[in-house]
Design a protein around this ligand. Structure first.
Ligand code: ADP
Ligand code: MG
Ligand code: ZN
Length: 476
């Protein structure tokens, strides 16, 4: 019997607003406990919530970027539960009328095929506070209480842990590129609950599902789902009954564990939030937000492959950050050599940036500089090896490459007469290499080229060096 997984993800993302969803407190991460709070987000009696318009805007933006329809009249609801991280004893969220519904994300499978994953709904809600378990007992920090969230619920369309990761990755790249969320997974601003069941391949019926709570890395998601898939398949094979339950992923043990089963599940007694009016969204507002969504990373990748004829690999690497993508595009246009642009960005520039841990906007040079450098090499004013040195200098100082070349006297030497002198000298000094060459070890040419380049401080035109060396060695 062969089994397949059925997976649906519920992703929570903190929206990039400056203030909280129902009050004016800051959403900034961290801070001394209970300093980003007020009577509203602490749930004090008599305080009244006010809906932050920006939250609706970001929520809609997420919906539109994810191909959803917008409910032009939507509503906030109370979800009742008792837990110290939620001081009102209810969360203001959306139940029956979420902001967005019926969207999708196209993911690219490893075999190159595209698969469409449905999105059931997106609703906006408030985050809860955080419990701190200390030696003085359990304390609570409400700085996070009231930070706006969008919950993005997928349809159960995913069929393997790998697909779930591909979906989650693409979702992150879309949210990040459209600046809906900073998506800092290590700070919890993007996290996911994964629902999984198993069934015999070919069967239409869904099995009993479990929900794995709060994963905040792609690795954890994949590992937890793989574990849970195996566990459920074993159970079914052994005739054991699975139960609907919520589980937790234990990273160190590498297993999922039961948190609560259905019998203990809360009855949230949802009802309309009486302190907030319905949300009415006019057509113009939707249009406005649509126009505000940038070209998304996967769209950019496709366009770069078509427009600039660079390999898919290159396009994916340069688009890893939106700013880098833009940097590439300008360099490609200005230099007329897109492949050289992506090579420089993926190679030497990324290396320098990684060493100093800096971002594109912190670079001292612009696409104009890089384009000029590419031109200097293509016009054979400097060699590629010298180009690397010029890049380093340009990276340090932000000087134009032609100025660096002039100031440092780095212009490539294509004077055959002068190079011939050096070639002859190198051959004289390396008689054993000539022996090797005559004995069929033609690889020594590489070594000899290196010696000539060294003697000319990298300035000799390598093509000419190669040509002359081959000619001269044959004469000996
Ligand atoms: P709840 O709010 O109780 O968690 P939902 O109906 O909102 O329930 O479903 C939550 C998630 O579970 C969705 O992403 C959905 O795709 C997924 N899901 C539903 N049924 C199954 C199933 N049998 N196997 C796997 N995932 C499922
Ligand atoms: Mg759920
Ligand atoms: Zn507040």
């Amino acid at each position: 019997m062969e089994f397949e997984a059925v997976i649906g993800l519920e992703v929570h993302t903190e929206l990039a607003t400056k203030t909280k969803i129902y009050c004016g407190c800051t959403t900034e991460f961290g801070g001394k406990p209970n300093t980003h709070v007020c009577p509203i987000c602490m749930g004090l009696p008599g305080s009244l919530p006010q809906l932050n318009k920006k939250v609706v805007e970001y929520g809609m933006k997420a919906g539109l970027a994810l191909n959803c329809s917008i409910n032009q009249v939507s509503r906030m609801d109370r979800k009742n539960y008792f837990y110290p991280d939620c001081p009102k004893n209810y969360q203001i969220t959306q139940d029956e009328k979420p902001l967005c519904h019926d969207g999708y994300i196209d993911i690219e499978l490893e075999n190159g095929e595209t698969k469409r994953i449905g999105i059931e709904r997106i609703h906006i809600e408030e985050d809860a506070g955080k419990l701190l378990h200390t030696k003085f007992g359990t304390l609570v920090d409400y700085n996070r209480a009231g930070v706006p969230l969008a919950e993005i619920v997928s349809k159960p369309d995913l069929r393997s842990p790998r697909e779930a990761v591909l979906y989650f990755e693409r979702l992150k790249s879309i949210l990040q590129a459209s600046k809906i969320s900073d998506c800092k997974m290590e700070q919890g601003s993007l996290r996911c609950d994964a629902n999984i069941s198993v069934r015999e391949k070919g069967s239409e019926k869904f099995g009993i599902r479990t929900e794995i709570k709060n994963m905040n890395s792609f690795k954890a998601l994949e590992k937890a789902l793989k574990y849970e898939f195996k566990r459920q398949v074993e159970a079914v094979k052994n005739g054991k009954k699975l139960t609907v339950e919520t589980r937790r992923w234990d990273e160190t043990k590498g297993i999922t564990e039961v948190m609560r089963s259905k019998e203990e599940a809360n009855d949230y007694r949802y009802f309309p939030e009486g302190d907030l009016v319905a949300i009415n969204i006019p057509d113009e507002w939707i249009e406005e937000i649509k126009n505000d969504i940038p070209e998304l990373p996967h769209e950019k990748v496709e366009r770069f492959i078509k427009e600039y004829e660079i390999p898919k690999y290159d396009a994916e690497v340069v688009v890893l950050s939106m700013d880098m993508g833009n940097f590439f595009e300008e360099t490609a246009k200005k230099s007329g050599d897109p492949k050289a642009a992506s090579n420089w960005i993926m190679g030497d520039i990324s290396k320098l940036m990684n060493e100093d841990v800096i971002r594109v906007e912190e670079l001292k040079f612009t696409p104009m500089h890089l384009a000029k450098l590419i031109k200097l090499i293509n016009e054979k004013t400097i060699s590629k090896a010298i180009g690397k040195k010029v890049l380093e200098e340009m990276y340090k100082t932000g000087e134009m490459p032609d100025k660096i070349v002039k100031d440092k006297g780095l212009v490539q030497n294509s004077d055959e007469g002068a190079i011939l002198e050096v070639v002859k000298k190198v051959l004289q000094d390396n008689t054993s290499s000539i022996e090797d060459y005559k004995n069929g070890k033609t690889k020594v040419i590489g070594f000899l080229v290196g010696q000539v380049m060294k003697a000319t401080k990298g300035k000799a035109n390598p093509q000419i060096v190669n040509k002359l060396l081959n000619e001269e060695i044959k004469k000996l």
